[in-house]
Every structure is written in C-alpha cells, then in structure tokens.
Design a protein around this ligand. Structure first.
Ligand SMILES: [Zn+2]
Length: 203
C-alpha cells in the first residue's frame, strides 16, 4: 500500500489571541475593521509566520467579526495558506458550511489589506461573501514587497460585481503601503525573511 499523507493543517498562530484581546466582538466601522487587518498583517511578518498579509470576515451590516486570517505559508508549509483563504475557511467553519451567502445567514464581507492575488481571487469568488473590501490595488504591492500576485485580469473588480460581490476600494490605503514598506525594509536589512514566491528552487 502506498504511504500518503491524508490531512493538512492550517491554523492561526498563538499570538492572535493577544492581538484580539482588546478587540470587541462587533467593530461597526469599516475603517476600524481595516485598521485591525493592518495590525495583524504587520505583526504577522514580524513573527515569521508568512508575508505581510491579513484578512477578516465580518457580518457586513453589523460589523460582527466572524473570523480573522493571516498568511501562514511559512508556518504551515502550505503554499495556498494566504490570509484570505485562512479567513474564509475559518468563517465557513464558524458559520457551519461552505457558503457564506447561504439562506438564513447575514451578508458577509471579506476585508483584506490589498487586492487579492490570483488564487485568492478565485477563493473569494467561491466563498459566498457579498462584499470585498480592499485597502488598495495597483502595482505598489508587487513593487514594494516583490511578491508575485499572479495573472489577474484588469476586469477583476467587474467580475466580482457581475457575480453579486460588491468591491469597496481604497480603505486606509496609505496605511497598507506603510506595512509593506516596513516589511521590505526589514527584508533588505536582514537575512532570514523569506519571500516565498513559487519556483523558489533552482530545478
Ligand atoms: Zn492570495
């Protein structure tokens, strides 16, 4: 019989508890929700879990926080463990299923500190969220951090809207860039911070 792995685990780091200790269950303001995302993104790379990326899922109308996610590619060893995928998966565990837009559930929004990469674009489309809130879009993320975001079409926002997902942009954009710049500065100054783009091997 072949010997195969039958499960993989993607989990939030332990320090999340400290960061959430003073966060109320309901965060009514969208900027305040983004502020929390920026704080998690900043701590995430400093802790060595993964890149400077974070996300959360909230009930759109009340602001009740359903889940948070950070990029745990390095901590988990799983290349798809981006902040959005983590936040969406945990929100689905919390709400009881794969469709965050299911009948009987409140409308959910995903809040992210930049436009999703090509993978998370798909993950967001299939998640059932009704709203995507991003701090910004544009080439700055790739220019500053050197992460490859993949071949996302120029009509990405229109594609969301066509599927009933409202896109809200430019929420605390400068603050997002500040987190990316701090990360880049640390990469430039220190060894040991891994930009984990695919095809890192030489083969
Ligand atoms: Zn992603």
């Amino acid at each position: 019989m072949i010997n195969i792995v039958k499960e993989y685990r993607v989990a939030l780091p332990a320090w999340i508890d400290d960061e959430l200790a003073d966060v109320p269950a309901v965060v009514p303001g969208r900027e305040d929700r983004m502020r929390l995302v920026h704080r998690l993104a900043d701590r995430n790379w400093r802790e060595g879990n993964g890149g400077p990326f974070a996300a959360l899922v909230a009930e759109r109308d009340t602001g009740r926080i359903v889940s948070v996610g950070v990029n745990v590619v390095l901590a988990s060893g799983v290349s798809s463990a981006h902040a959005e995928v983590v936040a969406l998966g945990l929100a689905q565990m919390a709400t009881g299923g794969w469709d965050l837009g299911a009948t009987g559930l409140p409308s959910h929004e995903l809040v992210v500190n930049w436009r999703p990469c090509v993978q998370c674009y798909g993950a967001t489309l299939w998640s059932g969220v009704r709203t995507l809130v991003v701090a910004g879009e544009g080439p700055e993320l790739e220019e500053i951090t050197t992460f490859d975001e993949g071949p996302l079409g120029a009509d990405w926002a229109e594609q969301f809207e066509a599927r009933g997902i409202e896109v809200v942009g430019d929420v605390l954009r400068d603050e997002a860039l500040a987190v990316f710049r701090d990360y880049r500065k640390a990469v430039d100054e220190a060894d040991g911070i891994v930009v984990y783009n695919a095809r890192g091997g030489t083969a």
